[in-house]
Design a protein around this ligand. Structure first.
Ligand SMILES: NC(=O)c1ccc[n+]([C@@H]2O[C@H](COP(=O)([O-])OP(=O)(O)OC[C@H]3O[C@@H](n4cnc5c(N)ncnc54)[C@H](OP(=O)(O)O)[C@@H]3O)[C@@H](O)[C@H]2O)c1
Length: 423
């Protein structure tokens, strides 16, 4: 039995003819491929066979390793041991992080044969003829449609999802979505955001976005009433289409807002004015009736309560050049002082590298709202105090919008330097 909500992905590099190994070794060296494996498995629990573990020779950093062996006397430092697949899955479930099945052939085969266990296969295809006697199990493309293709020099990474995930989506759109046509076309995984798994798709002639939240996550129930009151923002925000509960967690489908991540070549100062204007448009909406922001004791003076986005940063905006074409991820929206969002957006610009951009964003916001924000430094201070223990952990979010150079230490340093100016 697969524990509810445990996300299990086979991660493998496969050469021509399905070859993944030669004896105990991997018979190639392709620059960048190992780094890609690391990027996709960091923070997860690795499940691997004894042979694979012994050929690597040590637990890989930043990941928990569970080694499968039938030898009750086997052990190694820094790894957990399981005598069969069920025991390994139970151990992984206790750890509570996504699982990467990391090989070799026996372990891939066992995991893929376990009914309903594996949700996705991330396969790095290496177009090389290499000698080898260890092969990846045959892949049925019908049962495992591709949802993401990511080309790199020398190899291509393809993500396959189990078909019934997409079937469930088609059913939902046919039944509740009013989309008329339940065919799901061209699904593609969207990056950015570590909370939900996000797929872009076309159905019924519309561009849609499907998001699966972790099992038991309340976000979907919270988001729907918010989306319904965003109508005055028009095409800038997603519209609710349908939602349901799936074995992979609550699923919500919305329309897709056009645009992409903030252009990497744009300086923060170029993004700032559009951010300020977009935020002022959000704050023209009434948040009454939504969850109230709590924890406002000793809050600085404010312009009053509005609809607060709750996580207004450049990565939750969609961009067309330096203009904002969309505002997404409304799961944290509440009723309260808009200055919470102002300080959050300013802090994002500071982390992107520019205090001047934070001031430009404030200027544009105040101009659009027709009022000065009282005590912005007080709100900045509050945001910085909240962010301080978390900021290093935001590196994957910045990497997701194409800013991998903003690693944990850099984010921490920039926040500390800004906080020091706030007194
Ligand atoms: N290209 C890639 O992405 C990739 C990734 C990983 C590995 N590889 C390659 O794959 C090859 C190794 O694969 P392999 O199939 O020979 O070995 P493996 O799957 O790594 O390990 C096999 C061993 O794991 C244990 N095991 C497997 N299934 C088990 C189960 N259901 N319950 C309990 N124990 C289980 C057994 O250990 P005991 O004998 O101790 O009982 C078995 O002998 C190497 O060439 C390696 O380099 C390639």
């Amino acid at each position: 039995m697969t524990p509810a909500g445990l996300e299990v992905t086979c991660v493998a590099a496969v050469a021509a003819g399905g070859v993944i190994g030669d004896g105990p070794d991997i018979p190639w060296r392709v620059p960048g491929e190992q780094a890609e494996f690391k990027r996709r498995t960091i923070g997860t629990t690795l499940l691997m066979g004894r042979t694979t573990f012994e050929s690597i020779g040590r637990p890989l950093p930043g990941r928990t390793t569970i080694v499968l062996t039938r030898d009750a006397g086997w052990s190694a430092e820094g790894v957990q041991v399981a005598a069969d697949l069920d025991a390994a899955v139970a151990l992984a479930d206790g750890i509570g992080r996504p699982v990467s099945v990391a090989g070799g052939a026996q372990v891939y085969a066992a995991a893929l044969a376990a009914p309903g266990l594996v949700d996705a296969q991330v396969l790095t295809r290496i177009p090389l003829e290499v000698p080898g006697d260890v092969r990846y199990p045959d892949l049925d493309d019908e049962a495992w449609p591709v949802v993401e293709t990511s080309p790199h020099p020398g190899f291509t990474v393809r993500t396959h999802w189990r078909r019934d995930r997409l079937d469930g989506l088609a059913e939902l759109l046919g039944a509740g979505g009013g989309a008329g046509d339940a065919t799901v076309k061209g699904p593609a995984l969207l990056r950015g955001g570590t909370h939900a798994r996000t797929l872009a798709l076309r159905s019924g002639g519309r561009d849609l976005v499907a998001r699966w939240f972790p099992v038991g996550d309340p976000s979907v129930g919270r988001e729907r009433p918010v989306l319904e009151r965003l109508a005055p923002l028009g095409a800038l925000v997603p519209a609710y289409v349908a939602d349901t509960t799936t074995p992979w967690g609550p699923l919500v489908v919305t329309t897709r807002v056009p645009g992409g991540p903030p252009p990497v070549e744009a300086e923060p100062e170029q993004l700032a004015p559009a951010m300020g204007r977009a935020l002022a448009a959000v704050h023209a909406l009434d948040g009454a009736g939504l969850r109230r922001v709590d924890d406002l004791e000793a809050a600085p003076a404010s312009l009053g309560d509005v609809l607060v986005h709750g996580d207004f940063w450049s990565g939750n905006l969609l961009w067309s050049g330096p203009e904002v074409s969309g505002i997404v991820d409304w799961t944290g929206a509440r009723h309260g002082p808009g200055e919470l969002d102002v300080a959050w957006a300013r802090q994002d610009l500071v982390l992107l590298g520019s205090v001047a951009a934070a001031d430009l964003m404030l200027e544009a916001y105040e101009q659009a709202r027709g009022a000065r924000v009282p005590d912005v430094r007080g709100w900045d201070r509050r945001a910085a105090t909240y962010a301080e223990p978390h900021v290093a952990g935001w590196a994957p979010n910045y990497a997701g919008i194409g800013r991998p150079e903003l690693d944990g230490p850099t984010l921490r340093r920039r926040l500390a330097a800004f906080a020091a100016t706030l007194g």
